[in-house]
Design a protein around this ligand. Structure first.
Ligand SMILES: [Zn+2]
Length: 212
């Protein structure tokens, strides 16, 4: 995977991930330790693409049960009702909680899907060494990373859903297997974004043009 190194790396400079000290590589471009804090130094995150792929594929697989299996199981006097994220959204919409229905639809269905698609795009283009819209891809990565930090909103939303259902009457509610799969999707996409090294986007075409 590590074919050619870009400018700073060619000059033998590496930034420490921990303390941001700029280090000079000791010899021959081998990864070494930070001169200030002793943390391991890498020109690029090791096996970035492979690790990011593994986490993303796991997230994509779990996205299916997260949406197909029930996330809540409500037992009331009338019987047991099992809801998927989508049926919960429809239920909330139908009972007049339109803003909450919209919020849950976006936070729990659209945002995770958009994150998966964005990571797929980044991984495929970067793996192919594409020079296509590098600036926009860098921006896209920053958005995915930013969304990741706020992803716990998704889980918060399920909590909110549970509360709303409980307010609705004499009901007892527990999380279903879909909720576990959903939580796993959130965490896995976050880790997939973290494993991806955005500097790899700019490694493509660095040899031909030699720009700064
Ligand atoms: Zn350091």
């Amino acid at each position: 995977m590590a074919t050619t190194l870009p400018i700073a790396a060619k000059a033998g400079f590496m930034t420490c991930h921990i303390c941001h000290q700029l280090n000079h590589a000791a010899h021959g471009g081998h990864d070494s330790a930070c001169a200030r804090c002793g943390a391991a130094l890498h020109f690029r995150k090791p096996d970035s693409i492979a690790r990011s792929w593994a986490l993303l594929i796991a997230a994509m697989i779990l996205y299916v049960p997260a949406n197909v299996m029930h996330v809540t199981e409500t037992s009331a006097l009338t019987g047991i009702q099992r809801d998927t994220i989508m049926s919960g959204v429809i239920y909330l919409w139908a009972t007049g909680s339109i803003p909450v229905a919209v919020l849950i639809f976006f936070a729990s269905i659209m945002v995770p899907l958009a994150k998966i698609i964005a990571l797929l795009l980044l991984l495929i283009t970067t793996q192919r060494g594409s020079t296509w819209r590098q600036l926009d891809r860098g921006r896209l990565y920053r958005v995915v990373e930013l969304v990741g930090r706020w992803s716990m909103v998704d889980i918060y939303v399920i909590g909110l859903l549970v509360t709303l259902v409980q307010l609705g009457g004499l009901a007892n509610i527990v999380a279903g297997p879909g909720a576990i799969a959903f939580g796993a999707v959130v965490v896995l996409t976050m880790f997939a974004a973290e494993a991806f090294d955005p500097r790899l986007i700019w490694d493509a075409g660095e040899n031909e043009s030699g720009r700064e």
